[in-house]
Ligand binder design. Structure first.
Ligand code: NDP
Length: 448
């Protein structure tokens, strides 16, 4: 075992002990530390001043009670989180997730990933993440509003345009951001539009923010395919999920000439051999808040399946856009057998480590979420720029900026991988490119 291997394995064992019961956080850190061994062999000074240990310890973790009253007059109590992980590059930036599975370990994994993702965008934003174990499914509008108001009543003390700027994630879309912003405005008596992103278009929101993560993932995929002499034109694509990221990944992939042959939600998956009717999908998921099974009632040539998974389908491109660890080794092997050549993570950490290994062993081009889904946060940072200058940019201009950012992320990822002798290993490339910028800023700013 080399000195570096030993040092890194010591850091990791300590981290496991200090953060017991947080498997998703362990998984996210393990992947990054694995790549950092390569950097530390070349540039040992990155281990100085406790840099790695500081990077893995959030600057601040806030956990709070969120009491609210449901439609039956019963008091419900949820738990709220905001993990302010690293602000070396700018104010903390990262979404809020409302889902019953949320716990501290999940928010820490997301916040940790966010540091490197935000660094890759090239924009001045630090990393943070938050949320609650509140389950919005089946709740009325009034209940959602009361929950958001209670959540913000505590959160508002900790956020601000120059401090921490939350946005949406699973379970938090335009409606929730509206209720959260309304309560922030009421509590502070200020229309501080830069405090949240993902706002409505007539009160400080940015065009393209809704589409940004899905579109960005597809722009990066197209760039990767071009670099390998391929294109989305005529390609078959599988997209998992049918939420914000998935819908706009499907839309952009089809605009670029691909056929999306399947999508899913937690109730099952839909096979669409002739492509997806995106307007119908939007109507069902965004307007009616229905399930994917409803899609097949209105679409010809589409079938709904509760058994198996969307990863049983055959396609050249797979875009997991639902949730963490949704694509495991057996799914990966199945996709490889059926000829998948490109995988880009629209969601955060949707592929298990074993699945990633199976893809990489088989020569599949694989881009991790911190690079592939950075379009959302990048456009959030563009929303912050517009808010700061009281400006609002056109769809075309904002979309061009997004495309440019995603191309740059792919280039930085691919070039860094090659520079460190790991050509085409985009996991290593994204981790190292994201890390170095943050690490340089942390070293310059002293031991804090
Ligand atoms: P949404 O809540 O809008 O959508 C999530 C989708 O995933 C839903 O269709 C949900 O189905 C589905 N899903 C959840 N669990 C499973 C499962 N086990 N199997 C199949 N489908 C499942 O969230 P987003 O689209 O915003 O987020 C999706 C992912 O992208 C998350 O990992 C998020 O962190 C990441 N991300 C999001 C960004 C954004 O801008 N929104 C930015 C960067 C990353 P159901 O409704 O049945 O639960």
């Amino acid at each position: 075992m080399s000195d570096v291997d030993q040092k890194v394995s010591e850091y990791y064992s300590k981290l496991l002990k200090r953060n017991a019961g947080e498997p998703e956080f362990h998984q996210a850190v393990a992947e990054v530390l694995d790549s950092l061994k390569i950097v530390l062999e070349h540039d040992p000074h990155y281990a100085d001043y406790g840099l790695i240990q500081r990077l893995c310890e959030p600057e601040r973790q806030i956990i709070f009670r969120v009491p609210w009253v449901d439609d039956q007059g019963q008091v419900q109590v949820n738990r709220g989180f905001r993990v302010q992980f690293n602000s070396a590059l700018g104010p903390y930036k990262g979404g809020l997730r409302f889902h019953p599975s949320v716990n501290l370990g999940i928010i820490k994994f997301l916040g940790f990933e966010q540091i490197f993702k935000n660094s890759l965008t090239g924009l001045p934003i630090g990393g943070g993440k938050g949320g609650s174990d509140f389950d919005p499914k089946g709740r009325s509008d009034q209940e959602i509003m009361r929950f958001c108001q209670s959540f913000m009543t505590e959160l508002h003390r900790h956020i601000g345009e120059y401090r921490d700027v939350p946005a949406g994630d699973i379970g938090v879309g335009g409606r929730e951001i509206g209720y959260l912003f309304g309560q922030y405005r009421r509590l502070t008596n200020e229309h501080e539009s830069g405090v949240l992103t993902g706002k409505g278009l007539n009160w400080g929101g940015s065009l393209v923010r809704t589409e940004a993560t899905g579109y960005g993932c597809v722009y990066l995929t197209e760039e990767m395919m071009k670099a390998n002499g391929d294109s989305l034109q005529g390609a078959h694509v599988i997209v998992s999920g049918s939420g914000n990221v998935a819908i706009y990944a499907i839309e952009k992939a089809q605009q670029l000439g691909a056929t999306v042959v399947g999508f899913s939600d937690s109730s099952g998956w839909v096979h669409t051999p002739e492509g997806v009717d995106v307007e119908l999908l939007k109507q069902i998921k965004e307007v009616e808040r229905g399930r994917v099974g409803d899609y097949v009632k209105h679409a010809d040539n589409a079938t709904f399946h509760e058994d198996g998974s969307v990863w049983d389908l055959e396609a050249a491109v797979a875009l997991p856009c639902a949730t963490q660890n949704e694509l495991d080794e057996s799914h990966a092997k199945n996709l490889v057998d059926k000829g998948v050549a490109y995988v880009a993570e629209g969601a955060n950490m949707p592929c298990t480590p074993e699945a990633i290994e199976a893809f990489q062993k088989a020569g599949v081009h694989f881009v991790p979420g911190k690079a592939a889904n950075a379009g959302g946060v990048a456009t959030s940072a563009l929303e912050m720029q517009q808010n700061a200058t009281r400006d609002s940019w056109s769809f075309e201009y904002t979309d061009e900026r997004l495309q440019e950012i995603m191309k740059n992320i792919f280039r930085a990822t691919a070039d860094t991988a090659a520079q460190y002798g790991h050509e085409n290993d985009y996991v290593v490339g994204a981790n190292i490119a994201g890390f170095k910028k943050v690490a340089d800023a942390m070293l310059a700013q002293g031991v804090i």
